[in-house]
Design a protein around this ligand. Sequence first.
Ligand code: SF4
Length: 247
Amino acid sequence: MTVSLAPRIAAKRSADELRALAEEANLALGSLTDHEASPAEVVRWVAENFAPEATAVACSMADAALPHLVAEQLPGVDVLFLDTGYHFAETYATRDEVQRALDVRIVDITPEQTVAEQDAEFGAKLFERDPGLCCARRKVAPLQEALTGYELWFTGVRRDEAPTRTNTPLVTWDERNGLIKVNPVASWSFDDLMEYAADHKAPVNLLVGFGYPSIGCEPCTKPVAPGEDPRSGRWAGLSKTECGLHE
Ligand code: SF4
């Protein structure tokens, strides 16, 4: 069962306190150095400094390696799923399987408008004519609102995914959303991710095995050939490469 609830934190530390904590963490964890902390060590730092209910994991439901990794030390953690209304059936099935298999609480984050309401206001297939606006309305704004109640969010951003992600630190202050952003698997490759998921029996979206290493909304995700850039199937044929969540 999934829920659409406000986060559970009672009192959030100030932006200055959290910003200072993020800076300390990057130094302590050796972010972007030769002695960088492992993903499990990064999660341990979070578990030692934050209440579980102050943290959330963003998950696209391509795989559940990150939710598994975090739930090992923060059981019951909120896993935020951006339910844009445009996902593959396999993605919804993965979400349900994650809820069954892991000690997490899935929180469905829904846009202000249904797809039908958006179509009525902006015309059908906004994703074809203005994907930036579509992502802003269906992903960026709803996530921003959902994150207000947390002190920290985990993402699955990896440095090898795109040139824009090469210098991703382990921990950073997320100015736009006003909380700490933690990228525990920044140093991992796609194969590392799949190996972790297999070793720990974490659910993986069936589409991954059919040429979809990166999975977003159905209209904007195409399979990629072996050896191709994993994210080249996202908004294929357009200059857009990011949905705006990690800019
Ligand atoms: Fe819209 Fe495509 Fe962005 Fe999904 S990925 S919100 S369908 S533009």
